[in-house]
Design a protein around this ligand. Structure first.
Ligand SMILES: Nc1ncnc2c1ncn2[C@@H]1O[C@H](COP(=O)(O)OP(=O)(O)O)[C@@H](O)[C@H]1O
Ligand SMILES: [Mg+2]
Length: 301
């Protein structure tokens, strides 16, 4: 491991943060600034009230009322990362979750650049553009790592984020996040339990995980059920960002099915290892379903 997440392609333009003020952050920003003496409790209450009444973000309302400056808001946002920094050795989270353990690392910076690109080019464009399958041709190319860490950096912005482990063959998200996997997507797709399968990760802000659940004998058939579509439509109302981890796309048709359901996919390739003929085939297979490949990431691990 070690090298940062590589450049994003095909979009290589300058990266910037389009929406620096998180959506569900009022209380947190208020707390940070009152603790720091930059905001009185009375003013924090006033801002919250105006934000709620007018459907504004906390920062926007505070600026409109001339209570906070841009500088104060940037200060609070920078501090938020520390609030959600996880201490190694004192958590069930795997050390692979670099975005949680070491948000200042180059790898976390690369993930935030990817997040920015996605927010700029894709999220927010339409309601359907909030469900993203993370795909790659072969095993070990970094789909699970990228899906998990990308979910963390989205949640750090205050986006209500759901990570679905749709790899029903070699699921890994439950072990990365140290959570129970006895119920999950496979359980849900067989209609036995509903949203109680989704688990919150308390150490991480705004992040929920739907683990894979018990390994089913028929993953392809389960993922093709109309119920999967219905579930995604329902769950889109509750989250800002939904990421789906997938099995290796060159090995079976699951990833294609998942990408078709999600509507969008990001392709992970591994520098100097992924083979171009296999990448092209995966791209074609996914595009054939009508799903959009919104970008690709070259991982250097
Ligand atoms: N960008 C990365 N930086 C560092 N390590 C990575 C990166 N991507 C993947 N890894 C590591 O490579 C291994 C395989 O990654 P994984 O995400 O499980 O692959 P996949 O899900 O595509 O089979 C894991 O040990 C993971 O921690
Ligand atoms: Mg995986």
């Amino acid at each position: 491991m070690n090298a940062p997440l590589g450049n994003t392609s095909p979009f290589n333009e300058r990266v910037f943060e389009p929406a620096l003020v998180p959506r569900h952050d009022g209380k947190l920003i208020g707390t940070i600034l009152t603790e720091d003496g930059r905001l009185s409790l009375e003013d924090a209450d006033r801002v919250l009230r105006v934000a709620q009444e007018n459907g504004l973000r906390f920062g926007e309302a505070a600026k409109r009322l001339n209570i906070l400056s841009e500088d104060d808001i940037q200060f609070a946002l920078a501090r938020q990362f520390d609030y959600f920094r996880v201490t190694p050795g004192r958590s069930t989270l795997s050390g692979e979750l670099i975005a949680a353990y070491d948000p200042d690392s180059a790898a976390a910076e690369g993930l935030r650049a990817l997040r920015s690109q996605l927010m700029l080019r894709w999220f927010g464009a339409s309601a359907l553009h909030q469900t993203l399958a993370v795909v790659s041709a072969d095993r070990g190319e970094g789909r699970s790592w990228t899906a998990a860490n990308l979910a963390i950096v989205f949640s750090q912005l205050g986006e209500r984020t759901l990570l679905i482990d749709a790899d029903l063959r070699n699921p890994r998200q439950h072990s990365m996040f140290g959570i129970d996997n006895s119920v999950g997507l496979s359980t849900l797709l067989t209609g036995r339990r509903a949203e109680s399968c989704i688990q919150r990760i308390p150490q991480l802000r705004d992040l929920s995980i739907l683990p894979a659940g018990m390994l089913p004998p028929n993953p392809q058939e389960l993922l093709s059920r109309p119920f999967f579509d219905m579930f995604l439509s329902e769950i889109r109302k509750q989250y800002d960002v939904i990421l789906l981890d997938t099995p290796a796309a060159a090995v079976n048709a699951d990833a294609q099915t998942i990408a078709a359901r999600a509507g969008s996919a990001v392709l992970i390739t591994q520098k100097d290892i992924s083979r171009s003929t296999r990448i092209k085939r995966v791209l074609n297979d996914i595009r054939e379903t009508g799903a959009q490949v919104v970008g690709s990431v070259i991982s250097k691990h």
